[in-house]
Each structure stands twice: as C-alpha cells, then as structure tokens.
Write a protein of this length. Structure first.
Length: 189
C-alpha cells in the first residue's frame, strides 16, 4: 500500500484505478505483485465467475476479479469504516456488487448460493482460516470445482478440507499465499 492510503487495481477494465484505503489496525492489502500472480493463475477461470471476498478489507481482491471479468462479487467486512470505504470505492468506480457488513463466520453459518472463487484473507491476529474453510464446506458456499485463495502468515499450519487440493502457492516476505482447487469428494472414503 502506498503512503497516501491508496492502492491500485492492476489489470482489466479498471486497471490503474485507485482505491481509497482508511487507516485500520491489522489491515494488510494484498500487494500488487501477489495480486498479479494470483490473477495470472485465475485468468482461465475468472470470466463469468461468482466471487466471494471474505474479510474484504479494502476489497482489492474482489474488485480486481470484477475488473478482470468476474460476473459478480460479494464482499463481507465487519468493520463499519472499511465497509463504508468499500461502498464508496465501488460507487466511485461505478461497479455493482454486494457489500455485507457482518462477521464472516456468522454470515457463512446461514448458507447460500455457491461461489466459483473465494478469497480468504482475514486479519492475521484472528487465526480464522480454519473456521472459514470449514464453514464454506459445511454450508454449501462452494461450487463443485471452486477455487479458494488463502493468505496467512508464513509457516502457519492450516487444516483445509480434504476436497481442497493445492493448485499453486507462493511467499511474499512473511506472507504465504495458496490457491486451492476444490475437487469432488471420493464417494468411497
């Protein structure tokens, strides 16, 4: 993130658009280089995808997905200031998307229509990766061949569902990022 509280969208129809970012404890926008890598990985499947940006923060991942051809995005962010900034950025960019101002775990527990791509990048202090992964599976939020992106501190063990297989992964400083591909459960296990 730049010193002036802005980050930029790096590709697609909104390329070089700036997102205003309020100062918030624990907020770590995904760096440009990592977003570029992630969306290169997702390029073959992003067009027309239904995306969920959990723990949205700035919304950079979901907005980047929309910029690159995703059909829709839902953003879940419990911090009221971050939700308001996200709504303002979407309006300024003239982008239609749903912003849910709620705790991700509570929202996920209700269940809903499956997503093709999910971004999980919670505040690192909360250790919410396992909870989010389990809730996505338990409540029907994932399409049969969904893609799930996770950011966590380097060296953090994560209990991923058996149906998630590592597609690609990388490191950026002290941050590990992994793109999982959901595969159908084995009916014999």
């Amino acid at each position: 993130m730049s010193a002036n509280g802005r980050i930029r969208i790096i590709g697609g129809s909104l390329r070089n658009s700036r997102l205003e970012v309020p100062d918030a404890p624990g907020l770590r926008p995904t760096p440009d280089r990592v977003r570029e890598t992630l969306f290169n990985w997702l390029q073959p499947v992003i067009g027309g995808a239904r995306c969920l940006d959990l723990f949205a923060g700035t919304g950079a991942l979901g907005i980047e997905a929309l910029s690159r051809g995703a059909a829709m995005a839902t953003f879940v962010e419990r911090d009221a200031r971050l939700s308001a900034a996200l709504i303002a950025n979407l309006a300024r960019l003239k982008v239609q998307a749903a912003v849910v101002g709620d705790d991700a775990a509570r929202w996920l527990s209700a269940g809903g229509k499956p997503f093709d791509i999910v971004f999980i990048d919670p505040p690192f202090a909360g250790n919410l990766w396992d909870t989010a992964a389990a809730a996505l599976e338990a409540h029907g939020w994932l399409a049969p061949a969904a893609w799930v992106y996770v950011e966590c501190p380097k060296g953090t063990p994560m209990a991923v569902p058996a149906t998630w297989q590592v597609h690609r992964s990388g490191l950026a400083g002290e941050v590990a990022y992994t793109l999982y591909r959901r595969t159908p459960a084995d009916p014999l296990s």
